[in-house]
Design a protein around this ligand. Structure first.
Ligand code: MN
Length: 712
């Protein structure tokens, strides 16, 4: 089927740059651009979205001083120029309404059923998350793109418009945005095949991230422009003549490489700028894929190709669908010049990317590309949010290679990936069971570096308890493999800990000549707050609770003298009459907490919580000083201090205090610590048992903005 291609923009025109000359008809350039690609479609929803957005943003202004509506309008223009469908252009107009006006998602769904899910995807989580961490925002974007990849297209158009107006921002903020753009959005645009947007975002980010070097590069390029243009013109002429002699019809254009790509070559790859010919290229556009190969043959017949620089992305497209033949030739005077050969269709796809991909529409489904699927899956799995950005950057920035299963399924991996990455990309079970690999039929190590085109067979173990090797973590590259290995190892580590804990407990107890009954052990583990015996063994094995503390808790009857406290309702075993009994100030135990006593040298017995880190240290050093202690029925009051971690907002402290006073608790003190947008509020009050503390903790957790409530 012959596909309808988007009519290309005039080459001189930047995306979204057309501005209406008629102040009463600002939308018409968007409609014109949209209609040129989608001549038969009804534009009523776009016009309605324009009216709604305009009235919602009424009275709001951009940092530039322009009315706010210029932004959504500009974003919609970029999207229309990219060739996007009607839902996307509509969403472009509405993309900031839910976040920045009092328009709700429900209203949006009712008014714009076809665009609302896209608007939802680009809207940040909720009103309190305005200051949401970068990592969370990006995570949400990736997950939204998994549902509908077009969310990414809208987000990138939004970023492009904003990048063009960074000059109105404080320099520091602009440079932060520029860094984020280079780290994430540029690569997303690349993955989505939006070559034109990617290049502009790179150049803008470079300009704001490092204005001094940017000016330098611009000047250097300008100083060589004369000689460069002359050389380029001559080479284009000769290529044109050569192809014509060979009987081929071809359009030849020159290509100036972007400032950012020059910067990358000079600063990052440390190449010499005098090789200015690296910074121009020639593009040959022919009628069919077969003609691409013919043209390359003719060119190689005249000029010698630089070895190793021929790339056939037609037979083996990049994962973003990029297709072209690349070659670099020794041109006149031996100066190298790069030539890209492609059809018009391939060219359009390179410039406009997924947006121009009728492919999705034809399939009737906005299936997300495989890499989004893969990325969303490990992003979802990630435990530690601080790992997100670094992992995402490395996933996005690595060159991709395509490898194959023995059955011929393509597995895309980052460059430098090894068979273990491959195994986990195919299936977690295959990763966990991997014991060896064959690359192109040759037995290889699991840490070998894979190359594009490799066919990889994973040899698996049939053991009933397969397990990855901790060693693998030192050479795997993909976040997915790393996550899965860590997870599987921690499960195993837990089993190991259980065994270790069990033997530590039993051996120590046997030395003391004591015999344990299952029921007394089980009771003790419950008293210490563990859900099962294994959980107790595991905690002992992992060193979270010392065997001494468990042993102390295990003393199931008074062994020696015991004594009730006069002050608190608790009993300590094995201590004499004269000893003073006090609650330890480090952990302030309350009735219900598992406790033990520690006999000090001069100040009597201190009662600690068994979880108290100080106690853990003390009891490890002097297990002989640990005395068993239990609460009797509760009476009396105990002071506790709790810490409430919350997102800062107006009236937060008032709301928290209200909850505490409603619970009829008397605050004895309170203090706060504020760091950026987080508040740690500390409240001290008296309670008479643990259940009371539980209740107040639960009610505080209900307060809007509260992230965590814990004992201080
Ligand atoms: Mn916006």
């Amino acid at each position: 089927m012959k596909r309808l291609l988007p009519r290309p923009l005039p080459p001189s025109r930047a995306l979204g740059a057309e501005i209406s000359q008629d102040p009463f008809d600002l939308l018409s350039p968007v409609l014109r651009s949209f209609a040129s690609r989608h001549p038969k479609e009804d534009t009523a929803p776009i016009e309605k979205a324009w009216r709604v957005a305009k009235s919602l943003h009424e009275g709001q202004f951009r940092a530039s001083g322009e009315p706010y509506i210029s932004h959504p309008l500009g974003v919609a223009q970029i999207l229309a120029d990219l060739g996007c469908d009607r839902e996307v252009v509509t969403a472009g107009l509405l993309h900031d309404t839910v976040e920045d006006t009092d328009y709700s998602l429900e209203e949006c769904r009712a008014q714009f059923p076809e665009a609302a899910s896209l608007v939802e995807g680009v809207t940040k989580l909720s009103s309190i998350s305005r200051e949401l961490s970068n990592a969370e925002t990006i995570k949400k974007l990736i997950l939204a793109m998994q549902q509908d990849v077009r969310v990414g297209v809208v987000k990138i158009a939004d970023r492009l418009y904003n990048a063009r107006t960074w000059r109105f921002m404080p320099a520091q903020k602009a440079s932060r945005k520029a860094k984020e753009t280079l780290d994430i959005y540029v690569h997303l645009a690349d993955r989505l095949g939006m070559g034109k947007v990617k290049t502009e975002l790179e150049d803008l980010s470079f300009k704001y991230l490092d204005p001094k070097i940017y000016r330098e590069v611009v000047q250097m390029v300008a100083s060589k422009a004369g000689a460069r243009d002359e050389y380029l013109r001559k080479m284009m002429e000769e290529v044109r003549a050569e192809l014509k002699n060979g009987g081929m019809k071809a359009a030849i254009t020159g290509r100036l490489k972007s400032y950012f790509s020059i910067y990358r070559k000079i600063v990052i790859l440390k190449k010499d700028f005098d090789r200015i010919y690296d910074f121009v290229g020639i593009r040959v556009i022919v009628d069919s894929p077969q003609d691409c190969y013919r043209a390359m043959g003719i060119i190689h017949g005249r000029w010698r190709p630089v070895p190793g620089r021929i790339k056939d992305y037609i037979a083996d497209p990049k994962s973003n669908f990029y297709k072209s033949l690349h070659t670099t030739i020794f041109g006149d005077n031996g100066q190298e010049i790069e030539i890209q050969i492609r059809t018009e269709e391939m060219h359009q796809e390179d410039e406009y990317g997924i947006a121009a991909h009728w492919r999705y529409k034809e399939l009737g489904d906005f299936e997300s590309p495989e890499w989004i699927e893969r990325m969303a899956n490990w992003v979802k799995d990630l435990q530690d949010p601080s790992e997100l950005l670094p992992a995402l950057r490395s996933d996005l920035t690595s060159e991709e290679i395509s490898t194959f299963t023995p059955k011929g399924k393509t597995i895309y991996l980052p460059e430098g990936a090894c068979p273990v990455d491959f195994a986990y990309a195919v299936h977690t079970e295959i990763g966990n069971r991997a014991v060896g690999a064959k690359i192109n039929g040759v037995p290889s190590s699991l840490s070998a570096k894979l190359k594009s085109g490799d066919c990889v067979e994973i040899l698996t173990s049939s053991s009933p308890n397969p397990s990855p090797s901790p060693n693998w973590l030192s050479f795997v590259l993909t976040p997915k493999a790393k996550n899965k290995i860590k997870r599987s190892l921690s499960r195993e580590k837990n089993l190991e800990d259980v065994e270790k804990g069990k033997s530590a407990l039993f051996s120590g107890l046997l030395e003391q000549g004591r015999i344990l009954s299952y029921s007394s052990l089980l009771q003790t583990s419950k008293r210490l707050g563990f859900s099962s015996l294994d959980a107790l063994y595991g905690a002992v094995g992992a060193g979270k609770i010392p065997p001494g503390a468990v042993k102390a808790a295990l003393r199931d009857g008074p062994c020696g003298e015991g004594r009730d406290s006069e002050e608190y309702s608790l009993r300590v075993e094995g201590v004499g009459k004269g000893e003073k009994i006090e609650l330890a100030r480090c952990c302030k135990p309350v009735p219900g907490d598992p406790i033990a006593g520690f006999v000090t040298n001069s100040r009597g017995v201190r009662i600690h919580s068994l979880r108290c880190p100080d106690f853990v240290k003390l009891s490890e050093k002097r297990p002989d000083k640990v005395a068993d202690a239990q609460w009797k029925e509760a009476c009396g009051e105990f002071e506790v201090e709790i810490e409430v971690l919350a997102l800062d907002r107006r009236a937060l402290l008032a709301d928290l205090s209200l909850v505490i006073s409603k619970a009829c608790l008397n605050l004895s003190s309170s203090r706060q610590k504020v760091t950026s947008n987080l508040v740690s509020a500390y409240f001290a009050f008296k309670i008479s048992n643990l259940a009371q503390l539980d209740r107040i903790t639960k009610s505080l957790e209900q307060v809007e903005g509260v992230i965590e409530v814990k004992r201080a």
